[in-house]
Design a protein around this ligand. Structure first.
Ligand code: ARG
Ligand code: ZN
Length: 472
């Protein structure tokens, strides 16, 4: 562990100036961002969170959320103050049992000044009491809180936490979670992990959820509404809890016909990616109007729109593939999004093959052929797409094409060893595209710089010679 080292001169001076805390001069504010070039003010500097305990109450009729967040953390530098990322209204902050002063700044910073400066390596218990109407709050002109006819849902990427709990909002700072939410009897609260218990009194029911493996902040989710909850167990004994809005209308059948196959699909994915990394599994479909799905840890979020044309097991494969590629191994920075989306899309191609709906090679051929050289599709570099193109189709489709090219270059044996080895290599941690290239070179014994550059970093359609690697 890090210990603070005093310069002898500083020690002498501080013993003379007794009114000034010995180390105050060396303590500085934590940075308002963790250092992600795509999003300079996302996350924060100076501390590391290990656990979030969120004890909340939510009123579906008014969208009012209130409660207390208790964060366990440790300082990583001498700190005079530090930030959390948050949008709701804070009434009190305590740091290590002493009242701290606080103010807001920027788009989403909660600036906290503890009573006394904090030395590097200090264990912190940060208590934040808050309330607010999440749907009334915006940052950069948008909201990630989805109001539904019977409640609300917090789910988005990269931003989701600001609307419902204060955090160090960047995948680099993963933590475990206890999420306890009181809702009116008849409503349900859905979150990540295991439903430890529920209890009812005086018209309110409390749902106690636990996610006990490191989890990135954007993968934490909360949904309140009127849900039908189903339970089961996968073949390998993982408990499955799914939740469907009672108001899915015409999409209800297709949603259930897809999400009820979560256990089967997770078991199938273990054949490619190795053991399922969590002790809980499921999916939930709230009555939102938004279009995307999200790989919220252990329990993906699906939009009813995904099921508008009938069953869609492919989206379930995609979100469950992220449990390994994205959740177990998370991006080191948001520029590394290909190590999430390229692989989740490739898993869909493998599922297509499994379902006799076209092989991965056929889908790669199709993607390559369907985008002519002058298509803007090829200007997006999946390996560094920029924040504006983080979820562009190229990150997914060209991203998966890159994996087909890699597979053809190194052969099936090395390729599938790589797919299975990677989640273990960086389990519960973070990694970058560069880390993946290094690992691929190590597993295959081949230099791959040119292939990665062609498929992930050139703003143009790979030409015939390179394409031949992918299109045998
Ligand atoms: N990781 C999500 C998925 O592909 C993408 C979320 C995109 N977010 C958005 N606001 N469009 O499963
Ligand atoms: Zn995805």
């Amino acid at each position: 562990m890090h210990r603070r080292i005093f310069a002898p001169g500083v020690l002498a001076a501080s013993t003379l100036l007794l009114a000034i805390p010995a180390s105050a001069a060396s303590h500085s504010p934590g940075a308002p961002g963790i250092g992600d070039p795509y999003y300079p003010d996302y996350g924060n500097g100076g501390y590391d969170v290990s656990h979030y305990d969120l004890r909340l109450k939510y009123r579906p009729s008014t969208d009012e959320l209130e409660g207390t967040a208790t964060l366990l953390a440790r300082t990583t530098q001498d700190l005079s103050r530090f930030d959390l990322d948050f949008l709701l209204d804070v009434s009190e902050v305590r740091v290590n049992d002493a009242k701290a002063s606080f103010t807001t700044s920027g788009e989403h910073e909660l600036e906290i000044t503890p009573k006394s400066p904090l030395d590097k390596g200090t264990a912190l218990t940060i208590v934040v009491r808050y309330s607010g109407v999440p749907s009334s709050k915006q940052a950069y002109g948008f909201t990630s809180w989805h109001r539904t006819p019977d409640g609300g849902v917090g789910a988005n990427e990269p931003e989701a936490a600001w609307w419902w709990f204060p955090s160090n909002d960047h995948p680099l700072d993963k933590a475990t979670y206890d999420v306890s939410v009181q809702v009116p009897d008849g409503s349900q609260a859905i979150s990540n992990g295991t439903l430890q218990s529920t209890s009812s009194r005086a018209g309110w029911t409390r749902y106690n959820w636990r996610s006990n493996k490191p989890q990135a902040t954007y993968l934490a989710t909360l949904a309140v509404g009127r849900f039908d909850i189903t339970t089961g167990t996968t073949e390998i004994g993982i408990p499955v809890v799914n939740a469907y809005s009672k108001d899915l209308g015409d999409n209800d059948g297709a949603a259930r016909a897809s999400v009820e196959r979560t256990g089967e699909i997770a078991d199938w994915l273990t054949g490619y990616f190795g053991p399922y990394p969590y002790n809980a599994l499921g999916g939930y479909v709230p009555n939102v109007t938004t279009g995307y799905a999200l790989e919220t840890q252990t329990r993906p979020f699906y939009s009813p729109r995904q099921f508008a044309n009938g069953s869609n097991t492919s989206v379930v494969v995609h979100e469950l593939a992220h449990q390994w590629y994205g959740d177990l191994v998370s991006v080191a920075g948001w520029k590394d999004i290909w190590i999430n989306e390229g692989f989740a899309r490739y898993a869909q191609w493998l599922w297509s093959e499994h379902e006799d709906e076209g092989t991965a090679q056929e889908l790669a051929d199709y993607v390559y052929a369907s985008h002519p050289a002058d298509d803007a599709f090829w200007t997006v570099k999946p390996g560094d797409p920029g924040p504006e193109n983080q979820f562009d189709a190229a990150v997914y489709d060209r991203g998966a094409l890159a994996l087909q090219a890699l597979r053809n270059e190194i052969g099936d044996e090395a390729f599938f060893a790589l797919l299975k080895g990677w989640p273990q290599r960086y389990a519960y941690g973070n990694a970058s595209v560069a880390d993946f290239q290094r690992y691929a070179e190590q597993v295959s014994g081949k230099p791959l710089a040119a292939l990665f550059d062609t498929w992930l970093f050139q703003p143009s359609k790979p030409g015939a010679p390179a394409a031949r690697e992918a299109l045998l």
